[in-house]
Write a protein that binds this ligand. Sequence first.
Ligand code: AMP
Length: 215
Amino acid sequence: MNIILLGPPGAGKGTQAQRLVKDRNMVQLSTGDMLRAARTSGTEMGKRVADVMDRGELVTDEIVIGLIRERLTSGDEVEGYIFDGFPRTLAQADALGDLLAELGQTLDRVILMEVDDEALVARITARSTCANCGAVYNDITKPIPADGVCTSCGAKAEFTRRADDNEESLKTRLLAYYKQTSPLVGYYHAKDDLARVDGLQSMDEVAASIAKALS
Ligand code: AMP
C-alpha cells in the first residue's frame, strides 16, 4: 500500500509517518529529511538547497523528483511507502503518478491532515527532533524526556530545533503550501483518492482516524 500524507507544515505528517512505519512496517519517504541529510553530509546538492530551505521556499521539482525516483527504483522489497512532504506541487504529483505506473504500483490513499494556521504556528515553534533518529517532540504535547533519553531509539541524544522552524520561515512555508501545494487537495479529491483527517485531535486519535481511512 502506498500513501501520501498531505498537509501544511506542522500538521503532524512526520509524527504519523513514524507511527505507520512502526505499526505497519511501511517505509517513510520524507523529501525534507532527505534534503536535510544531503545538507548534513555536505553534498553539492545539499549546499545548493540550503538557503532556499532556510527561507522556507520550495526546492526545485527536478531535485525532489530525482530523490524520490532514486529511492523507488532502488529495488528494495517493502510493504509500501508513506510519502511525507512529497508531492508538494502538481508537477511532483504527476511525476509520482508516472513513476508508480512505471513500476507497476498504485497510489492507494492520500490522507489530508487538516490543522488551522494558528495551531500550526504554536506547534512548529514548540517542535524539536532527536538528532539520532529523527523522532519528533513537542514542548507541550510530547516534551523531551527529562533524562535526555529518546523514547523512540533509546539513545541519550541531543534534541535539536530545525533552522526553518521560526516564525519568519514559517510564514513563507505556509504561503508556499497555500500557493503551490494546496491545489493537490482538489487534484486527489478528483481522483477519488483523498481522505480528510482532523489533525487537531490527539496523536492517538489522529492515528486511529488514519487507520480507519486506510481500512
Ligand atoms: P519538510 O521537512 O517537509 O517541512 O521540508 C523542509 C523544507 O525542505 C521545505 O520547506 C522545502 O524547502 C524543502 N522540501 C521538502 N520537500 C519538498 C518538496 N517535495 N518539494 C520542494 N521542496 C521540498
